[in-house]
Design a protein around this ligand. Structure first.
Ligand SMILES: [Zn+2]
Length: 71
């Protein structure tokens, strides 16, 4: 394999890799506060959601901000 085609391969590979990383990041940010539209990483615990609701929206119910917490 010549050097040029190797470089092209690296470029394409890093482009695809960066793209898939971006997609993964988008998917990871899938918890959203319905009141202020702030997004949270899906690994964010229920406690963190409650903390956000209490700190930012003391007048709103935690389930108004994060309906997914309701069981
Ligand atoms: Zn909020």
């Amino acid at each position: 394999m010549c050097l040029i085609s190797w470089l092209v391969f690296c470029l394409i590979f890093s482009f695809f890799f960066a793209g898939s990383q971006l997609e993964a990041n988008k998917k990871a940010m899938n918890i959203q506060c319905k009141v202020c539209m702030q997004t949270f990483i899906c690994t964010t615990s229920e406690v963190k959601c409650r903390e956000h609701a209490e700190a930012k929206h003391p007048k709103a119910d935690v389930y108004t901000c994060f309906p997914h917490l309701k069981k």
